[in-house]
Design a protein around this ligand. Structure first.
Ligand SMILES: Nc1nc2c(c(=O)[nH]1)N[C@H]1C(S)=C(S)[C@@H](COP(=O)(O)OP(=O)(O)OC[C@H]3O[C@@H](n4cnc5c(N)ncnc54)[C@H](O)[C@@H]3O)O[C@H]1N2
Ligand code: MOO
Length: 436
């Protein structure tokens, strides 16, 4: 069933994880030998265990890492009762009826100081935001409501008890889980962990990824191209993609199109990597040696061929202790399959939440055509919102899988279901943002 058909009757005000069944390519005769995207993802999930090795790091060096153990608060937050305002701390009971009230100012407490003595009845203390509330005081009146006259604080309206006081432990109790294991540490988690009093935390060790770009036609950027050569796009692209997910690139090489050389490179890489990624050489021509090479190197293939456009030859298996992903050579196909399959695989390996959960529904700003069969992922740009506040995306015509320009500046990928030929203007489609 097509995604957009399922959406009729959906409550668009609810936030929910998109768990859309299939993608419309299961029954198409053209895709019989190809695995539906959802099944390919399922097989990857099933075959991927979690890395158990942890390392301890100073909190300020953990950006982008996956937390290995729950972080529990070492202190209450706030750690003591303190003032939320610059003003005067007093006893509410000293202001019983209507004002004006006059209380002598007997102390001065700034943030970072301790109260010198409990607050005597009938007095008040000058206090500043973040400063500890002296024993006996239960209320803070902000300074804008107070006038000073001869050492007395004078104010008109009776305050309510407890106003402008942040109570010890009201945000976080001692031992509360501040950040759960499996959370990717962003600036926000880093701030919360630091505030809870931890200097070091346990994170999952970095994933080790090997990237082997196959192709006798590949030259490095900056080199003069000989006839028949092209620049290696996939190598630098995947190097940056690996860095962006906080993983370690433990091996990067280009390999000529021979089974022997590839088998040796893959076997070597599998000794040091959790995941060996190849690009190219994974289709059906006699110059495509990845499948033969993985078997020769003692590995096995779990699937080869997915009903996706671009990315049809995507292959998955295992070699030694490492997992294996064979991405297609065409750079757009390599990028799309990295995004849809390699990233979730890496997230699963490190115990992080699956980034595909951030997919959401958006409206198309034009009618769309799509060749039925494989489901298609097209680069898309968010262009605004409709009158109901729903995001509207623009996507161009079908992209050739070697054509990189449409990827520049766009926000994510939109899925066009495999069994739909025409999508009318305003169709609701699944959108997977690049960030996430
Ligand atoms: N007879 C068939 N031919 C092809 C089929 C098919 O089903 N039957 N599928 C096509 C599809 S779809 C794709 S995608 C490609 C993928 O093939 P491979 O993964 O084996 O990739 P290659 O043939 O090695 O390369 C494809 C293309 O990409 C260029 N390339 C390769 N590596 C890089 C790199 N690192 N940087 C930049 N460009 C690269 C390469 O020169 C080729 O032009 O197969 C179709 N054929
Ligand atoms: O699947 Mo290929 O990646 O269409 O070009």
């Amino acid at each position: 069933m097509a995604v957009w058909a399922l959406l009729k009757g959906r409550d668009m005000t609810k936030h929910e994880i998109l768990e859309l069944p299939g993608c419309g390519c299961e029954d198409a005769p053209q895709t019989k030998s190809l695995l539906p995207v959802s099944e390919a993802l399922q097989q990857i999930r099933q075959a991927t265990g979690r890395i158990s090795e942890l390392e301890e790091l100073p909190v300020d060096e953990t950006l982008g890492r996956v937390l290995g153990r729950d972080v529990q608060a070492q202190i209450m937050m706030p750690p003591f009762d303190n003032s939320a305002m610059d003003g005067y701390a007093l006893r509410r009971g000293d202001c019983p009826q209507e004002g004006p009230f006059r209380l002598p100012v007997v102390q001065r407490i700034a943030a970072g100081q301790a109260a010198q003595a409990p607050l005597e009845p009938g007095t008040c203390t000058r206090i500043f935001t973040g400063a500890p509330i002296p024993a006996g005081a239960d209320t803070v009146v902000m300074q804008e409501q107070v006038q000073l006259a001869g050492g007395m604080a004078v104010f008109g309206r009776a305050p309510s008890e407890g106003q402008n006081i942040r109570r010890a432990g009201e945000d976080v109790a001692l031992g509360d889980v501040i950040v759960p294991a499996g959370q990717v540490i962003t600036t926000r988690e880093l701030a919360a962990i630091t505030g809870a009093g931890l200097a070091k935390v346990q994170v999952v060790r970095k994933l080790r990824i090997a990237v082997i770009c196959t192709g006798s036609e590949l030259a490095h950027a900056g080199e003069t191209l000989n006839p028949g050569q092209i620049y290696d796009v996939n190598g630098p692209m995947l190097k940056s993609a690996v860095a962006a997910i906080g993983a370690e690139l433990v091996h990067q090489s280009e390999c000529p199109d021979t089974k022997q050389a590839l088998a040796a490179a893959m076997a070597d890489a599998s000794e040091i990597a959790d995941l060996v990624i190849t690009t190219g050489g994974v289709s059906v021509g006699e110059e495509d040696h990845v499948h033969g090479a993985i078997l020769q190197a003692g590995g096995d293939l779990k699937f080869a061929g997915v009903a996706i456009k671009p990315g049809k030859p995507l292959s998955f298996g295992r070699i030694g202790r490492a997992l294996f992903l064979g991405l297609p050579g065409n750079p757009v196909a390599a990028f799309v399959t990295w995004t849809l399959f390699a990233k979730p695989l890496c997230q699963r390996l490190s115990g992080a939440a699956d980034g595909l959960r951030t997919a959401r529904l958006v409206r198309a700003d034009t009618p769309l055509q799509h060749k039925t069969g494989r489901c298609e992922y097209r680069p898309a740009t968010i262009v605004g919102r409709d009158d109901q506040g729903r995001e509207v995306v623009h996507l161009g015509p079908q992209v050739h899988s070697a054509q990189l320009a449409p990827l520049v500046g766009c926000d994510g990928l939109v899925r066009l279901p495999g069994d739909v030929k025409e999508l009318p203007l305003g169709s609701m489609l699944e959108f997977l943002p690049f960030e996430g």
